[in-house]
Structure formats: C-alpha cells, structure tokens
Design a protein around this ligand. Structure first.
Ligand SMILES: NC(=O)c1ccc[n+]([C@@H]2O[C@H](COP(=O)([O-])OP(=O)(O)OC[C@H]3O[C@@H](n4cnc5c(N)ncnc54)[C@H](OP(=O)(O)O)[C@@H]3O)[C@@H](O)[C@H]2O)c1
Length: 278
C-alpha cells in the first residue's frame, strides 16, 4: 500500500522513505547496502535521506552509486552541516553533495540542526540555491517549537518545506505542540530513527502486536509512526530482507485494543517537553 504525503507546494512523496546514516561506512557491507537501497526504490520507497556529515560524504557517495541512471525516480534529500549554513559556505557544501550524489539538484535541502549561523542568513543562502536551481526546496531538522516560530517570522522563513525530527513510539514529545503546529501549515514531519534505532523492536508489546498481525516488529513501529497524515518515516535498512519488511508496514491495520495497549506502554506527552534529538 502506498501512502502519499503532500508538501505545501503540492508536491507529493511516499510516506515511507529510506534513511542512510552509517551506510557506506564499511566497504565490506557496500554491496548489501546498495542492494537494499535499490530494492527499496523498486518497492516505492523513493524518498532517500542523506547528509554531508554522514561518513564525511560516504553515505552520499553510496547513494550516488545507487541512483546512477535512475535519478528521476527518487526524491533526494540531503543536509548541510550547521557551520556550513552561511551565505559564504552553503553553495560549496551543496555543490560537493551534488557531486558525490552524481545529481544536478536536490529535491530538499535541510539545515541539519541549528548552529552558529543566524537563521536569517541560512534562509537567504537556501533561497540563493533555489534561485540557482541547485535545490528545489529547503527545510530544517531538529528545530524545536520556539525555533520554528522564530523561523516563520524571518524573511521567506515561511517557505520552510519540512522539519526532520526524532519520532518513534518511545519518543513522542513533538505530538504535544510541534507536530500539530506543522500540520496546520501543511509542513510534513520527517520522522527520523522511526525504529528507535532498532531498540524499540525488542519491546515485548511491540513483538506481541507484531505476532498478532503475523507481522514484524519493525512494521508495527513504522505503522505507528505513520498512523497520522503528514508524516514521512525514513527507516534505515542495510539488507534487502529488512527493506522488504519495512515496505509492507502500511499493510498493518491496528485495532482499538492494539492502540490502547501501545498508548499505555508508550504514553503521549501531556505537557511540553524539550525536543528529543540524537
Ligand atoms: N536529522 C537528524 O539529525 C537525523 C538523526 C538520525 C537519523 N536521521 C535519518 O533517519 C534515518 C533513520 O534513523 P536511524 O538510522 O537513526 O535509525 P532507525 O531507522 O530507527 O533504525 C535503524 C536500525 O533498525 C534496523 N532495521 C531496519 N529495518 C529493520 C527491520 N525490518 N527489522 C529489524 N531491524 C531493522 C537497522 O538494521 P540494518 O541496518 O541491519 O538493516 C538499524 O540497526 C537515518 O538513517 C538518517 O537518514 C536523521
């Protein structure tokens, strides 16, 4: 089942994409990682998330090898390091990412987290890249509720297309304020570490619900993250087997009992909490 998420500019992407942190780090795993990403694209997981910081460009290089000859099938996302998010440095960072990816444009370019450069300057630098055609749109990552409200006030800040945030069963703080605020602006939440980096899959309840549905724990974790509209999940899988399991996640239909048990074990926040991030 394919679920789509729509950006404010009307562009749609699949709700289930692929992450690539730590992919490309170990040459002996390269073939398996490439096969996994490639299979993911075949299965419709065509949004691929990477970053210049991942393995100092090794992740982008491996993604570049996977998408060679099929660039137009994918929605390519990369991220700029905070210290490079300036008018002076962002263009070069973006060009180097594009070179490693073998691409002439990014579909989405994100500020990895807020750093030393004033956000006004970062937005101006992003807009220059849009004007030059190097990126189609830009967004942010790891910006909390207050930071997003400040961003909205700066010139062109309202053009921010997405915020990539830690979100999984065991980390639901954004549901209290940031997620509804973003949803009211048609700004997708890109849920990173949606499998809790694998840890959540060992939880007895997640395993039990998976058993009830004849499913895998990863599918339960992903189906929970994707139970609402406007959310894109980017699990990282480095084997074909894992990516094939993940691609089936939206087949799970939770019943009321599943949801009540999950809510009891992983309660939603009842007050504002500091943004959780890795
Ligand atoms: N913006 C940010 O600051 C930020 C921070 C962290 C992550 N991210 C992005 O989000 C992506 C995903 O997050 P993540 O890599 O931290 O963690 P994750 O996707 O929550 O978990 C990845 C782990 O889950 C395992 N896994 C994947 N599919 C599985 C399956 N079907 N069954 C069992 N285990 C499975 C993977 O193992 P295998 O590798 O063996 O398949 C890996 O150990 C990253 O790759 C990156 O693109 C962004």
């Amino acid at each position: 089942m394919t679920r789509l998420v729509t950006f404010a500019d009307g562009t749609t992407v699949p709700a289930l994409g692929q992450g690539t942190w730590m992919i490309g780090d170990d040459p002996s795993r390269g073939d398996a990682e490439q096969a996994a990403l490639s299979r993911g694209i075949d299965l419709g997981l065509t949004l691929i998330d990477t970053a210049e910081i991942y393995g100092n460009g090794r992740s982008e290089r491996l993604v570049g090898e996977v998408i060679a000859g099929r660039r137009d099938e994918v929605f390519l996302v990369s991220k700029v390091r905070p210290e490079n998010a300036s008018e002076l440095k962002m263009m070069l960072s973006c060009e180097k990412s594009l070179e490693r990816l073998g691409a002439d444009r990014l579909d989405l370019y994100l500020l990895h987290w807020e750093g030393p450069i004033p956000i006004e300057e970062t937005v101006e630098a992003f807009q220059e890249l849009v004007d030059e055609g190097l990126i189609v749109r830009w967004g942010v990552s790891n910006l909390d509720f207050d930071a997003m409200q400040r961003l909205e006030q700066v010139d062109n800040g309202d053009l921010c297309a997405a915020n990539q945030l830690l979100y999984h069963l065991g980390s639901r703080g954004i549901e209290y304020d940031l997620m509804p605020w973003m949803q009211s602006r048609d700004m997708p939440v890109m849920a990173y570490s949606p499998l809790g980096r694998g840890e959540i899959l060992q939880h007895p309840l997640v395993m039990d619900i998976a058993n009830r549905h004849g499913a895998d724990p990863a599918q339960v974790a992903l189906a929970f993250v994707l139970r609402q509209d406007g959310i894109i999940a980017i699990p990282k899988a480095s084997s074909v087997e894992h990516v094939e399991q993940n691609a089936e996640a939206l087949e799970i239909q939770f019943d009321l009992e599943d949801l009540e048990r999950l809510e009891a074990a992983f309660p939603a926040p009842t007050t504002a909490t500091p943004l959780d991030m890795i």
